[in-house]
Design a protein. Structure first.
Length: 245
């Protein structure tokens, strides 16, 4: 597949993905995050700006009109590489596997591979939920840079879905710090009673761009399995990252 990839297009999509995740970034921030030199970064941004894919503001660059109207923007480069690892992960664990991105204050599923069990988690590509209600969302929030996290936390409405959902902003902040330290997040029946989910971030160039998760009944995904399954997820996340760096 790499033989057919257009490098300049890939770089432009990379910048779009970085801006989407962080909402707004300066030229210097984009240079640092992408690893591209100033000339390359400026030319790419100028081209994207002329085509209305990005917009230059006083604070930096943000998504332009052509992308603001897209309901669930997808990391194109990531999606090319996530399907085979997701299928392998589903076969290894037997559980439903997801990749999701942060869109505003929601997480949106961009890939779903159903598990092999007759009783399993069911959801579809494009489904969304408030970031604080899922392991996918918490795994992304916990690895955002401080300014991006504060922006999302300010706008995030802490709606309670179950008795286990975090609705206290301070407790959620402490919880996200713990997730960052341990490297994985758990949805312990916070979105649906009887359902648990374990998620890890997908990183690129030191920035979180998505999250990878498995989900299933709490009777099968018990707390005792959290650490062991998180290690499996981290291995697959690193495999995805190694392809998209």
């Amino acid at each position: 597949m790499e033989a057919y990839m257009v490098t300049t297009l890939q770089k432009g999509l990379h910048l779009i993905d970085l801006i989407r995740v962080n909402e707004s970034m300066t030229l210097t921030e984009l240079m640092r995050a992408s690893g591209y030199n100033k000339t390359t970064t400026f030319r790419l941004l100028y081209t994207l700006e002329q085509l209305n894919y990005v917009e230059k503001t006083e604070d930096g660059y943000r998504l332009g009109n052509k992308l603001e109207s897209v309901e669930a923007p997808i990391d194109t480069v990531t999606n090319w590489y996530t399907v085979p690892p997701l299928q392998q992960l589903s076969e290894e664990t037997g559980e439903t596997v997801y990749v999701a991105i942060l869109h505003g204050t929601n997480v949106v599923n961009t890939q779903v591979v159903d598990g092999t069990h007759s009783i399993r988690s069911h959801t579809e590509v494009g489904e969304r939920s408030p970031a604080h209600q899922s392991a996918l969302g918490k795994a992304i929030l916990a690895f955002l840079d401080e300014s991006s996290l504060q922006r999302v936390m300010t706008e995030l409405e802490l709606v309670q879905k179950t008795a286990h959902t975090f609705v206290d902003r301070q407790l959620l902040t402490y919880h996200l710090r713990a997730i960052h330290e341990q490297g994985y997040a758990v949805d312990d029946e916070e979105a649906e009673i009887g359902l648990r989910c374990i998620a890890v971030p997908i990183m690129r160039d030191g920035h979180v761009i998505a999250a990878l998760a498995i989900s299933g009944p709490s009777s099968r995904l018990t707390k005792k399995r959290d650490r062991q399954l998180s290690k499996v997820l981290q291995q697959y996340s690193q495999a995805i990252t190694s392809f998209i760096q």
